[in-house]
Design a protein around this ligand. Sequence first.
Ligand SMILES: [Zn+2]
Length: 358
Amino acid sequence: MRAVSELQALQDERKKVDPEKAEAIEQFLVKLRSLGSGEADFTFILDDASGNSFIENPNAPSSDPLLSLRFYERTYEQQAALGFLAEPTKESGDSSQDASTVEGNSGGLQRIPHGSVGAVAGRRAIAQGNSDEITAALYRYSAPEEVDTLPSTCAACATECVTRFFSTKIPYFREVIVMATSCDACGYRNSELKPGGEIPAKGKKTTLIVRNVKDLSRDVIKSDSAAVSVPELELELSSGTLGGIVTTVEGLIVKICEALERVHGFQLGDSTYEWKKKKWDGFTERLAKLLNLEEPWTLILDDALAASFIAPATDSLEDDKQLTIEEYERSWEQNEELGLNDMDTSSADMAYNTTSTS
Ligand SMILES: [Zn+2]
């Protein structure tokens, strides 16, 4: 509507100088007004390379059926425009320079050839954190005999330090590589969980019925590609939100709710509709009930890359009646979103050969 009034402001002037253009703009204004008054459906696209834009979800904490969210890797130009590169002039500056030398100079940004995007999505760290939580949690599943070290530099103070890494197989999960860096000089700690082996051919949906305190303290790995939902709370968190975290069932729910409150909190000021306030009060109340275990509830982790995990309470998964793991074929759209359709690898070919009979 602001665009309408700004365009409208100069219409009289325009009619005198350029009547043809004024007429075209008049038509456009009619259309714009009908959209603004909600008379016609339209698609609103917000493309923000900085990732700082936000469209309110009126259904929060449930997901919004009308809203779709896509994350993408920033291009070199976008990184430069945002000031993320030390010397942004290198690429765009001198056009007379030979293209191949520009390529060689691009330095900071790793150039990724088209077609390997899926490999990046699949190989991205499953989870990372700045504490010992990850390593501590993983030592519970295996005592690695071989811990290798790599010299590295501290991300906080740039002092030389070591990164310890080991590979471990989590039962009923997959092989992961744990990389932990700690700095003696400043105390900075960072742990990262990277997927080992091939990108799983199928997605995985893990469902846990939470009944007791033990369930609340089960270990959880929620990867960046996992969607989280709690039907009893009408809570749905789409994939790509919150990043990857290693935590417990309780920790995950608390973290999600804190993040939701941060995002939606600003709407709860004086100007907020009464029903919205009520909805959030109700949500917090129900959340407290779940965490107090007043009634059983369900935690669902749906991960298209099968990189998420809820710890079984028993040695054998079959004995754990509260935990169900279902594997499923990814849809073409999911593969497309993950960039796996363009991928030219034998593992993908194998997956296709085994699934298609035509
Ligand atoms: Zn340091």
